[in-house]
Design a protein around this ligand. Structure first.
Ligand SMILES: [Zn+2]
Ligand SMILES: [Zn+2]
Length: 339
């Protein structure tokens, strides 16, 4: 990968983000939290009043959903957060751009938060654990809301200084840094593309608005609020735990399709370096299948497989010796804990 000649100048991590930053972050958090659900309500209201989505709206919604989901799960998560395979440059750029269309934040921010989650999983320091607010039903309900969505309102989770600690390798990648810096551009492209497609299909400006609604806001609401963000809440609370890990991650089969395999989350926490989330043939991992296909087409290489010896030890109850610390400075290496 291309490297910048000089490392970007980063401020030391502040103990508390500056107030101006907090204001901007809160505006963005409010948009992410409220605008997609309002769009979904508007779509439901239109449907109720005799304006159901036509095939162009459905194609736009499903198509953009698939594109953004691959960008987030295969790109933001398995590539940029975990370095679990090596892509050619075109695939790397495509994954960074399509993930940016998902309305889940810019790529370096996303990867930083996720690496921090793995370093402190369900312990103090985890940006989106549901177990840090105390015991009791009310505390657990508050924790579930925090894990699902509330964490994006937390100043700790968006402190910019954390980028230098958790994602220095991404800052050094000129392609990734450029896509990160132009996040708003890709976000708007993800909204404009379905609007243009449906507008052309209907041949009207009203059609373009319907495309924006269904392919943009409804798609974001379904993917983020209803499915993918359940990784932080549901798959740290409900399901089976075949491996002993230092967190409370679970495998939750019902979400394996809309998360492209990430709902095998206990598998992932047990062996986060692996690019493949399925440890048995019956565990559907669409993201892993896509990576195998890209590997056959020679568009990616070094797709990391599960460490069977480590997993067998964890399944037998071995105590994880240390937490996994994602790569902070290297673009190709990572450190994993041993059972
Ligand atoms: Zn997790
Ligand atoms: Zn992960």
């Amino acid at each position: 990968m291309t490297e910048l000649a000089t490392e970007p100048v980063l401020a030391p991590e502040p103990t508390s983000p500056p107030m101006r930053g907090r204001g901007v972050d809160r505006v963005l958090a409010a948009i992410v939290t409220f605008v997609p659900p309002l769009g979904a309500l508007l779509a439901a209201w239109l449907w109720w009043h005799g304006r159901p989505p036509g095939w162009p709206e459905l194609v736009a919604m499903l198509g953009m959903h698939a594109i953004a989901l691959v960008g987030v799960e295969v790109g933001f998560h398995r590539l940029f957060a975990h370095r679990s395979f090596e892509p050619c440059r075109a695939v790397k750029i495509a994954l960074a751009v399509t993930g940016s269309m998902a309305f889940q934040g810019p790529v370096i921010w996303w990867a930083s938060i996720h690496r921090k989650h793995h370093q402190f999983s369900d312990q103090a320091g985890d940006p989106h654990s549901m177990y840090l607010g105390g015991e009791g039903r009310l505390a657990r309900l508050r924790g579930a809301l925090h894990a699902h969505l509330g964490w994006i309102w937390s100043a700790d989770s968006v402190g910019r200084g954390g980028f230098a600690r958790y994602a220095k390798d991404l800052y050094r990648d000129a392609d990734v840094l450029a896509i990160h810096m132009h996040y708003l551009r890709w976000l708007l492209l993800g909204m404009a593309a379905p609007a243009l497609f449906v507008g052309l299909c209907h041949g009207s400006f009203e059609g373009a608005l319907l495309g924006l609604l269904w392919g943009g806001l409804v798609r974001v609401f379904v993917m983020n609020h209803l499915t993918y963000w359940c990784i932080n809440s549901v798959t740290h609370a409900v399901g089976r735990r075949p491996y002993r890990t230092t967190d409370r991650s679970t495998n939750f089969a019902l979400l394996c399709i809309p998360t492209l395999g990430q709902s095998w989350h206990n598998n992932h926490h047990a062996d986060q370096v692996s690019a493949l989330m399925n440890h048995h043939w019956w565990q559907l991992d669409l993201g892993g299948l896509l990576l195998r296909l890209l590997e056959r087409c020679r568009l990616v290489r070094n797709v990391r497989r599960p460490n069977r010896a480590r997993l067998a030890a964890l399944a037998a109850g071995a105590t994880p010796r240390s937490r996994t610390v994602p790569p902070a400075t290297s673009t190709s290496s990572s450190t994993t804990s041993e059972p």
